[in-house]
Design a protein around this ligand. Structure first.
Ligand code: ATP
Ligand code: MG
Length: 450
């Protein structure tokens, strides 16, 4: 306790130490002009520097800019403590427990500002497998660089001087397309097993080769991922799936033997032969959307990833003579409930998922008023995109989405002429409820919204 207190006082002094000896890489070599950094990140750095602290853009943004990839966001590392940062920016707040950081809001942007952290020592609290539990001891910039995961992630860019501080040859590694762990890879993976996933994900995104020393321990240590809290794994998986490089990342995870037991979801994706084609297609689509700068919906993505589980559950229920619609709803509930234990699927996302699934049987009805009501549904587009994926993967006949495509793009008269008697319903050769005189009424439309 006393040692910790002493160190806090001590590290406060070291935190304002002048710049360390890391190599100073000039603009000509790294190519990052200050205009390539977001205005908010530049502002945060300059305010901190004017107040007498050191401050740099760090991590993924520097790496991505050198690799000519658009950074997702900008993080800043500084010698100022969270409280000191908080005092300098009116629109800011301290967040986090495992890592205390400050969110500084500037215009529409939020910049994550973290204080340089010390290296771990014997006092560092870990779980019984060596996983580090807390990480809030402030240190100097060299320490902060060394505790980062990969050399390409340990780069510090100063927008004022347009130089990069590089303590671990990250710029050279990036140029040589190599992903190297800082320190001993096995030790670093033990401290935080998620680093194995990050290694694979980032190497896939940046098209880097994992250095053999970084690669070798992964297969033996993959089991350690079981001790990582589910919410953290879920965040990491969401990052992976929405990175624009989901297909290549997942293939590399499989190559490295990292896909087992990670998430129930991932086992489903990579091991269910029936669903495999569907899921890869969905992920290819997602990647294409992300890379084109279009938004993606986690609801749609998870609806895709879990569809074949729902489908087999639904089919089993129908085989026990349960009616199609209630069987589907029960299948959906069961699949979502089983995932909810492991995955932090929010209520809102779960709502989106069920909407998309619930629309599927409604696409089979191409008679009467039903198709007219369906295209008025706010979620028609998402449901239709999902239907098309099902056809592209061979689950259903392409004729059905083609029909809907035409139906949606033509006028009312032509639509009337297109109606198909129910018994011809695609893929729905099952005998279902007898035609009713009175349609179930407007209330039937609300089923998908529940
Ligand atoms: P992305 O492009 O997905 O944002 P990133 O590398 O920026 O990738 P972040 O989670 O934003 O990932 O992390 C920012 C920086 O913090 C990293 O570049 C790295 O320096 C450091 N970092 C993140 N996670 C870890 C970790 N598990 N261990 C050590 N350092 C980490
Ligand atoms: Mg980042």
């Amino acid at each position: 306790m006393i040692r910790k207190l002493l160190r806090k006082v001590f590290t406060k002094k070291t935190s304002v130490r002048p710049k360390a000896e890391g190599a100073v890489i000039p603009l000509a070599s790294h190519g990052i002009r200050r205009e390539m950094v977001s205005p908010a990140a530049r502002k945060v750095c300059s305010v901190l520097q004017e107040a007498g602290f050191t401050a740099y853009v760090v991590g993924g943004a520097v790496r991505d800019l050198i690799a000519r990839i658009d950074p997702k966001d900008f993080d800043v590392a500084t010698s100022a403590t969270p409280e000191e940062v908080r005092h300098l920016f009116r629109r800011s707040r301290i967040i986090g427990r495992r890592f205390r950081i400050v969110h500084v809001m500037s215009g529409p942007e939020t910049i994550e500002v973290s204080t340089y952290r010390a290296l771990h020592d014997d006092d560092t609290e870990t779980d019984e497998h060596g996983r580090v539990l807390h990480d809030n001891v402030w240190g100097c910039i060299e320490d902060d660089a060394t505790r980062r995961d990969f050399t390409v992630n340990a780069l510090f860019y100063d927008p004022t001087t347009e130089t990069v501080l590089d303590f671990h040859h990250g710029v050279a590694d990036l140029k040589q397309k190599t992903m190297r762990v800082i320190g001993d890879p096995a030790t670093r993976y033990r401290e935080d097993p998620v680093r194995m996933l990050r290694a694979v994900r980032l190497a896939a995104k940046l098209d880097l080769i994992l250095d053999p020393a970084a690669r070798k321990p992964i297969r033996e240590m993959a089991g350690l991922l079981a001790n990582v809290p589910a919410a953290r794994l879920f965040d990491e998986m969401l990052k992976l799936l929405s990175s624009g490089y989901a297909v290549v990342s997942l293939k590399r995870l499989r190559d490295e033997g990292l896909h087992h037991g990670l998430l129930p979801l991932l086992d489903v994706i990579l091991e269910q032969p029936m669903g495999e084609k569907f899921v890869w297609l969905a992920l290819e689509n997602t990647d294409a959307r992300v890379r084109a700068g279009k938004p993606i919906s986690p609801g749609f993505l998870f609806a895709c990833l879990l569809w074949h589980e729902v489908l087999s559950n639904w089919t089993a229920r129908k085989a026990t003579k349960q009616h199609s619609q209630p069987a589907l709803f029960e299948a959906m509930d069961e699949v979502l409930a089983s995932q909810a234990q492991k995955l932090a699927i929010t209520r809102r996302i779960a709502g989106d998922i069920t909407e998309i699934w619930a629309l599927q049987p409604r696409f089979e009805k191409r008679a009467g008023k039903a198709p007219f009501r369906l295209i008025e549904q706010p979620r028609f587009r998402a449901g239709y995109d999902f239907l098309r994926l099902r056809a592209e993967s061979g689950e259903i006949n392409m004729e059905l989405p083609d029909w809907w495509d035409e139906f949606a793009s033509t006028n009312t008269d032509a639509r009337e002429a297109m109606l198909v008697p129910e018994k011809k319903g695609d893929g729905a050769a099952r005998k279902r409820r007898r035609p009713r005189k009175k349609p179930a009424g407007a209330s039937s439309d609300s089923t998908a919204g529940e």
